[in-house]
Design a protein around this ligand. Sequence first.
Ligand SMILES: Cc1ncc(COP(=O)(O)O)c(C=O)c1O
Length: 384
Amino acid sequence: MNFDTKVLHSYPMIDSDTGAASIPKYQSSTFHQKNFPDNQKYTYTRFGNPTVEGAEKAIAALEDAKYGIAFSSGMAAITATLLVLNSGDHLVLGKNIYGGTFQLLIELLNRFDVTYTYVDERNPSDWEEAIRSNTKMFYLETPSNPLLTVTNIQDVCRIAKMNKLLTVCDNTFMTPYYQQRLALGADIVIHSATKFLGGHSDLVMGVAVTNNEELKEKLYKNQKIIGSIPGIEEAWLLLRGIKTLTVRMKQASCNALILAKRLQTSDNVLAVHYPGLENHPDHLQHFQQAANGGAVLSFELKTEEQVHQLFKRVKIPIVAVSLGGVESILSYPWTMSHACMSEFDRLNAGVTTKLVRLSCGIEDVEDLWEDIQQALEGEEYEKN
Ligand SMILES: Cc1ncc(COP(=O)(O)O)c(C=O)c1O
């Protein structure tokens, strides 16, 4: 089945009891047990709910996975996943990852004696060299947030398998439409469903998928014990968002490529980071494992003042934390997505005070370009 059809028909989309064309919101915390004491499928929403289960089936189908587990946020999915580790375990991760994942390791898991080493995610040999006797997991994000560096998923997964390690991949930026990581060897794939899967900046949710039954059991148990289940409304919104994933991604990533190319030609821009550009250092590697450069790019301006002017003057993109909405979103990783990292760690990861991230929406690209241009080339700049 083609992916455009899959987003609508590869999972139960119709309510089996009533024929309703969308899975209803089973807005109930508990379920009447009419045949007590016999077991029944649904008993209490933290242990399972048909709307949440609908979303879990949908994401599993899109990732070609046996199992999908939904969480209250992307961070909840990451937390439940990292909690398959035990005290004393070590993990290896790319130095260029979402700031919240760093914070989870540094401020929380560290207290439970889970240690980590971060490596240059682009060099598979660095991953191999970082393995210790107590290493249990590789954690990667590609393309990374916010610098869009690329990790060779197959090579890193191969090294992990040779050393009996789990590989966990955050697939938020690419979505299953553009990159299928279980097929590339990952054991668990995670998404902040808040982003492209939901797609409308109106929900916070996370998902994890796996083909491994033991891992599925552990993730479900963590979800249940921690209580990090999504709300019913959010699960329903996710189901609705998924139906338009491909049309949104096509338009947004098409916009991203056009804007990345044009930004490269701007005198105000020092560098553009977008794996869809042929001169991106990881372009070829990226297209060996993904079908598109995606809808997120970042770029560096010459001065911090220019950054402030851009954010002040821009009219179409919203200025906000987050990405993956139908509307373009302009973010400042230094004080937004990566603010929870120390200055040293941010600079070490290449997150500078002049770096701007743009998540392209589905607006008309000429309107977007005109707006960005006027914001970059406004009077204040000319005065300098
Ligand atoms: C790549 C990536 N992973 C995970 C997260 C965390 O997701 P959430 O905000 O839904 O908890 C984010 C949030 O920006 C992200 O960009």
